[in-house]
Design a protein around this ligand. Structure first.
Ligand code: BTN
Length: 260
């Protein structure tokens, strides 16, 4: 059965590819239409944040949204929160039939946690087409059917299936595509980043608590106050100073050396 995507979106569906982000970029440079989703059932060289590998065996969702937009750094930061909200909404829909209590939270900058275990990651990449227009690839991995082998990961991982969800990949992608179109519209057309920021903070992991944030060459400890109006994280350090952080890794407990 054909997948139902929001009006105006194309779908490129593949059995196997190195990385849906890489494929989306190649297609963008060759003039592919936007907006579109590139979806593969398996990736042979899935990319994670900070140059890490994203283990991509069949059974989980690997997809990238290809969008044409202005490449302002602030816009990319904000888009990553739009994507986080979309994955949160999609997972919430997939879990609708599960009766046991579930805790679905967004961990800054854009991981999705289910009962404290990571079930999704997001990787944004951008390029400029030969004609000069800018395209952004929002790559999303969502653990639908299984969690990758624990011993290969430096964090606790989970999946929708482990929590009792019966949704398949097609259903998960349809929910994700709908939710992404919805949150993009909130950001672009309606209430702007302020509404995205407020919604993101309502779902934030560890908001208001003591956290550790690893930034390049520094490990900061303080209270996670929220997001600034441009998407930066605000941390009140133990000395009382406010720090704005644009990139880093957040931990609720002191970080283990293996995570840094
Ligand atoms: C992270 O490290 O948390 C981000 C992981 C992003 C993985 C997704 S899977 C689909 C898309 N294609 C890739 O190669 N990476 C992203």
């Amino acid at each position: 059965m054909a997948l139902k995507l929001p009006a105006g979106w194309d779908l490129i569906s593949l059995d196997s590819i190195d990385s849906t982000n890489a494929e989306a970029m190649r297609r963008a440079e060759a003039g592919a239409r936007t907006p579109s989703w590139v979806w593969a059932r398996r990736q042979t060289a899935g990319r994670g944040r900070q140059g890490k590998t994203w283990v991509s065996e069949p059974g989980n969702l690997y997809c990238s949204a290809l969008l044409e937009m202005a490449l302002a750094p602030q816009a990319l930061t904000q888009l990553s929160f739009v994507a986080g909200l979309a994955v949160h909404s999609a997972a919430h829909c997939c879990l609708a039939d599960v009766s046991r209590p579930l805790d679905l939270t967004l961990k800054w900058p854009n991981d999705l946690l289910l009962n404290g275990n990571k079930i999704s990651g997001i990787l944004l990449e951008s390029t400029v087409r030969p004609g000069g227009s800018a395209v952004v690839t929002v790559g999303i991995g969502l653990n639908v059917g299984h969690s990758p082998q624990a011993e290969t990961l430096p964090y606790a991982a989970g999946s929708l299936a482990t929590a009792g969800a019966s949704a398949g990949l097609e259903e998960a992608l349809e929910h994700l595509a709908d939710a992404f179109a919805h949150w993009l519209a909130v950001w672009n057309e309606a209430a702007g980043f302020e509404a995205v920021r407020d919604a993101w903070m309502e779902r934030a992991h560890g908001l208001g608590t003591q956290v550790t944030v690893n930034v390049p060459d520094e490990c900061l400890v303080g209270r996670f106050e929220g997001l600034d109006y441009d998407g930066a994280m605000i941390l009140e350090t133990d000395g009382g100073a406010k720090r704005r952080i644009l990139a880093g890794d957040l931990f609720l407990a002191p970080p283990s050396p293996a995570w840094s």
